[in-house]
Design a protein. Structure first.
Length: 315
């Protein structure tokens, strides 16, 4: 994968105010000590598979549920419990204030993340590497958006704040020159010339990418790289892509990764930012910067309204 990490001020990823901690739910003891528990419940959720009270054996030496639980408790117990308490308070406050997060709100955040990662396939790969599914992410987004709506009233941003930020960052806020391209990456010049000849004979670029390309991150999507700016690709690739005409296909371009055949699909010219066009983006950036402090103010205000008893003791 040759594309470097994107850095776009126009993309705002909602900061997690509650740490999402993977809590392993230990099921109750089986009625039969040697009965293996099911790995899924009626809701289709994964649960821990055990053999009665035993979760593992090493050379016949058993490791019990209690040992596992106690270790987890010592390592993460207080933090996990704090997160669960906060989550419970959020639920109460959301109900009290009739806060609603729609499916459209969640889809908008998901689409923003997909754009940030360079497309649906790259987003799916990032989720897989994190051990999450898209449904997991939607649940997290739902929690975060509800919390954000609770905390928003504690965020204060003036027109003067926005103007000051614009003056300091207007060069970064402007639209940079970008191109949209696809590529086919092969190992040798001979293979590249073979692919180029097939393209010249009228064969489909996307089909050839699926057949020949070594770039597993995008070959199944026809080699699509999406839009990218200068500094996001290796120099040889970038130099060629930014100097091509739209709807043309390059000769083989050699880089450290191999030989690329590039198809240029679209160009976006650079444009200067204006205060009027940038206001909402800046407001979002400044709001993200205040969110931690605003969350603390909100939490301290609502915490005392609840009867909270924490019985956890960790030796």
């Amino acid at each position: 994968m040759i594309k470097k990490i994107k850095k776009k001020n126009s993309i705002r990823i909602l900061a997690l105010l509650i740490l999402v901690i993977g809590v392993v739910s230990l099921t109750g003891c089986s009625n039969e000590a040697n009965e293996t528990e099911d790995t899924s419940n009626t809701n289709g959720e994964t649960v821990v598979e055990t053999n009665g009270d035993v979760v593992a054996e090493v050379n016949g030496e058993e490791i019990s549920k209690d040992e596992l639980y106690n270790l987890m408790l010592q390592q993460n117990g207080p933090q996990v419990l704090d997160a669960l308490i906060i989550e419970k308070i959020v639920e109460f406050e959301v109900d009290k204030k009739d806060i609603e997060v729609t499916d459209e709100d969640i889809e908008e955040e998901i689409n923003t993340m997909k754009d940030y990662y360079g497309g649906e396939e790259q987003f799916a790969m990032a989720l897989a590497q994190s051990g999450l599914t898209e449904e997991d992410m939607k649940e997290d987004i739902n929690t975060n958006l509800r919390l954000k709506k609770l905390v928003d009233p504690y965020v204060e941003i003036s027109d003067e704040d926005i103007e000051a930020y614009f003056e300091e960052n207007k060069d970064q806020l402007g639209e940079k020159e970008e191109v949209k391209a696809s590529h086919i990456l092969v190992e040798t010049e001979e293979a590249a010339n073979e692919v180029k000849a097939k393209l010249s004979d009228g064969e489909d670029f996307a089909d050839l990418a699926k057949e020949y390309s070594m770039d597993d991150s995008n070959k199944e999507s026809g080699g699509e790289l999406g839009f990218f700016g200068r500094g996001q690709m290796v120099p040889e690739f970038e130099e060629k892509a930014f100097n091509m005409e739209v709807d043309t296909i390059s000769e083989p371009v050699q880089t450290d990764y191999g030989y690329h055949i590039i198809k240029l699909e679209e160009k976006k010219e650079a444009s200067q930012a204006t205060l009027e066009d940038s206001k909402e983006e800046i407001r979002g950036i400044l709001a993200d910067g205040q969110m931690g402090q605003a969350y603390q103010m909100w939490y301290e205000e609502v915490y005392d309204e609840y009867d909270i008893k924490n019985y956890l003791t960790v030796e």
